[in-house]
Design a protein around this ligand. Sequence first.
Ligand SMILES: *[C@@H]1O[C@H](CO)[C@@H](O)[C@H](O)[C@H]1NC(C)=O
Ligand SMILES: *[C@@H]1O[C@H](CO)[C@@H](O)[C@H](O)[C@H]1NC(C)=O
Length: 330
Amino acid sequence: MIPIFFLATLCLGVVPAAPTHDPSLDDEWQEWKTRHGKTYSMDEEGQKRAVWENNRKMIELHNEDYTKGKHGFHLEMNAFGDLTNIEFRQLMTGFQSMGTKEMNVFQEPLLGDVPKSVDWRNLSYVTPVKDQGQCSSCWAFSAVGSLEGQIFRKTGQLISLSEQNLVDCSWSYGNIGCFGGLMEYAFRYVKENRGLDTRVSYPYEARNGPCRYDPKNSAANVTDFVKIPISEDALMKAVATVGPISVGVDSHHHSFRFYKGGMYYEPHCSSSNLDHAVLVVGYGEESDGNKYWMVKNSWGQGWGMNGYIKMARDRNNNCGIATYAIYPTV
Ligand SMILES: *[C@@H]1O[C@H](CO)[C@@H](O)[C@H](O)[C@H]1NC(C)=O
Ligand SMILES: *[C@@H]1O[C@H](CO)[C@@H](O)[C@H](O)[C@H]1NC(C)=O
């Protein structure tokens, strides 16, 4: 199977590469390529440099506005600097569609108050930040994240589970491996498969491979999954009472790709057009009153705040954080 990035690279190779560059950025460009281990063919180099300069400019402008107080978060050049938005979406996201309607709906607990802040990382519910690589398997990382939390809740053991097992083996449930997928299809696979292997026994490869599930190495079962009604209040109650929750978001803006820190709020975000899956591990409120979701991404620890992003909470479902929220029962 031809990975999407080959197609993208081939297509770009056809475009004559004659963009003009800012020579004062030569050193910075070399340094960036070295830091991220990038090598290009002669054909690619010019086009990649142009894209990188564009992204760099956009980051600079955003950060200037940030210092003037126009944004609550700042950006940073990172390993994704040589990708256009279209290439990036093909490579690094992979949230498929909204799935089916028939599923259990979260019953909001009838308790009066939930805590003002929750962070499941503090209670060992959350494995270290992982890296999906150039494979649209965000759905597998998100699904594994909430499953790891629920297994910990049940057994007291935090066991890193295998995304590759999901990438390779859940095609007949509707997932398409490194081309995209959906958390509910992943949960259905684990349920009917009666198991999911540990990450150590079935390591991540960032590509589609043959299914190598081995029941001897399984560390998780799923009995069912629960969908949370589209409401940030319901999501808060679920996070407070259940544990980390899998969610879809709209991540397709530059601001998300290059996020470094602060309170992420994107006015151009869609609340219905979701393209990426992540894990809500908690929520809270800043001293200035701004509320946030604490969100684990799967783009490595170098992205964002050691792999995490603080996303605006109770601001009209910004980026659709509450639009598709789901967790497995174990
Ligand atoms: C989590 O732990 C950090 C560091 O110990 C602490 O500052 C924070 O208040 C804790 N958060 C919650 C919600 O328990
Ligand atoms: C999962 O359930 C199956 C039976 O349906 C059982 O054989 C297996 O031991 C269970 N696995 C775990 C990790 O609990």
